[in-house]
Design a protein around this ligand. Structure first.
Ligand code: PGA
Length: 240
């Protein structure tokens, strides 16, 4: 598999801007994974029909359909045209207190509904400065032990690098990705791709994606503009 480029649009874009972006990427014949907000999923799914892009949601409910006001079930996401879903993004972990048991339930629900999760892990600045980065990442990864083969990929996203303009150096990324690769091997998940996320831009994509065990990138801010997303994907294709 070539390098993976995943776009997390977070709470941005609208029907027109999202569909235009998706449509241009489809016309290019790109194979990125797109994670728009809930309201954009169905129109973007229609735009993407017949193309090579993949569509995912940014979150899901751990519950089946039912009396859960404001939540969106895995089945609804499948019905809207998703095949993937983000689970454990740091903005869910830290902004909404999501962790361990809840994330495991979400991963299981996704799998039961046929959605492939992109599972995010990563330490805060405080945890890194306390020398606990690997311990934290190991703990985040531990929920995967009962989920053989159900994830699409893991994304290492150091919280201090997300949306801050700070990026892990290629060496920091390489060190953590090697650690994650070892941990995944211990869990029997030898083939799971590991993406890097956190202020990825056209200018640093090559340095990051050429590191060992960096199988692609999860891009936030720079995925909202066609030019920068194309430039990052061009780097991914060039590296192969
Ligand atoms: P960023 O976001 O590229 O804007 O730092 C990455 C992410 O949160 O997935």
């Amino acid at each position: 598999m070539g390098k993976i480029v995943a776009a997390n649009w977070k709470m941005n874009l609208r029907r027109q801007s999202g569909c235009e972006l998706a449509s241009a990427l489809k016309t290019d014949g790109r194979e990125c994974w797109l994670f728009p907000s809930f309201t954009l999923l169905a129109p973007i799914a229609d735009t993407l029909i017949g193309g090579t892009l993949k569509l995912g949601a940014q979150d899901l409910s751990p519950e089946l359909d039912g009396a859960f006001t404001g939540d969106v079930s895995a089945e609804m996401l499948g019905d809207a045209g998703c095949t993937m879903v983000l689970v454990g993004h740091s903005e869910r972990r830290h902004g909404h207190g999501e962790q361990g048991e809840l994330l495991l339930r979400k991963l299981k629900r996704a799998a039961e509904a046929g959605l492939k999760p992109l599972y995010c892990v990563g330490e805060t600045l405080e945890e890194r400065e306390a020398g606990r980065a690997k311990e934290v990442v190991k703990e985040h990864l531990s929920v995967l032990k009962d989920l053989q083969g159900t994830c699409a990929a893991v994304a290492y996203e150091p919280v201090w690098a997300i949306g801050t303009g700070l990026t892990a150096t290629p060496e920091q990324a390489a060190e953590m990705h090697a650690f994650i690769r070892d941990e995944l091997t211990k869990l029997g998940l030898t083939d799971l791709p590991i993406l890097y996320g956190g202020s990825v831009k056209p200018g640093n994509a090559k340095d990051l994606m050429t590191q060992p065990h960096v199988d692609g990138v999860l891009v936030g801010g720079a995925s909202l503009k066609l030019d920068s997303l194309r430039a990052i994907d061009d780097v991914a294709r060039e590296i192969g």
